[in-house]
Design a protein. Structure first.
Length: 111
């Protein structure tokens, strides 16, 4: 009986609070949505990032991920639900997309 109490005590004390906050969830999701973190290409805060430099037909080229901290939600949503210019498809839920957007645009956080 004592062990049952020890197992249930944290639930009774902390049961009404969320495990992590919405901003913590969003940060974790940004760093690992489905195995490849957004920050690897788009930077720690969505500022955009150089992915690779290469030569093509004798000309120096570069491949950059765009900034995503300054786009409208509709464009952000569309980009996450399509595949173009090297962007992988993550198959995120509406809740996950909204969390990622709020991570990059904290001024819009629900109060």
């Amino acid at each position: 009986m004592y062990y049952l109490f020890l197992l249930l005590f944290p639930v009774l004390v902390f049961g009404n609070s969320d495990f992590i906050t919405a901003s913590e969830y969003a940060a974790q999701l940004y760093k690992n949505p489905r195995g490849i973190g957004c920050q690897l290409c788009h930077g720690e805060h969505g500022e955009g990032k150089l992915i690779a430099k290469y030569k093509h037909k004798g000309k120096q080229r570069s491949f950059r991920a765009p900034r995503i901290d300054n786009v409208a939600f509709a464009s952000f949503f569309e980009a996450l639900n399509s595949r173009k210019n090297g962007m992988p498809r993550y198959y995120l839920t509406q809740e996950e997309i909204e969390a990622l957007y709020l991570y990059l645009h904290p001024q819009y956080e629900k109060r």
